[in-house]
Design a protein around this ligand. Sequence first.
Ligand SMILES: [Mg+2]
Length: 257
Amino acid sequence: MRVKGLIFDFGFTLFSFENPSIEKYYDCFNRGLLKSLFILKQEKIIEEKEIDSFIKIFNRKRNTFFKSSIKTKEEFPTTLLFKSVLTALKERGYNIKDENVKEEFIENLAEIYHSCEEEEWKPYKETKFTLESLSKSSYLKIGLISNHPNHKTINNLLKNNEMKHYFDAIVTSAKFGKRKPNPDIFFYTLKKMGLNKDDAKDCMMVGDEAADAVGADRAGMQLILKEREYEFPFEREINLPNLIKIKSIKEVLNYIE
Ligand SMILES: [Mg+2]
């Protein structure tokens, strides 16, 4: 089969998180939150005495949003998280001065919140070579789907590593609203790549976890499983026929004419 389109997952497929652990993830987010709080205070939107309540509500909502997103396959973007915490504080009678807060400011807050995490994601050493080699094909379309609550973070990482131009479509669950394995995010990405649902059978998804595998299967696409050394907690097993497994991202090149 001549592959018309290749869709990559981001985390642990094209980029790796250095020495991953749950503790390290949480440490990144907590440090990011402190940076965002500094901005909120500096802009006089919240006061020092409101910080503890902000953190408490933020952490509670972050967990609720995260759990719901896993269950419903809908994404709750980080921008929405910040907005809902400010609203919740106001409802509890806190004097939050967010009347003049613009969407752009909230987007900036979300970007800062994810900035510590952003520093930890590094492309695998074969990623650039692989994308560069694939981009030489005149007919192959290249896409990316990431389950991430902040679009800008993924965009920054691709831009700062000079990889953005390789993609015909960059889709995050933050922007689309639904997460993998919902097949809609796959069909939406195909469309953005200039393909349609009927082309799915001639496309391949490259990913490292069940959400990639199940979603690709539902959308009618073949999966290439990038095997990962780090095991996620509560990892779901992937049971699909004709599963192709690779260890290095550059092995993708073997499946493209
Ligand atoms: Mg991944």
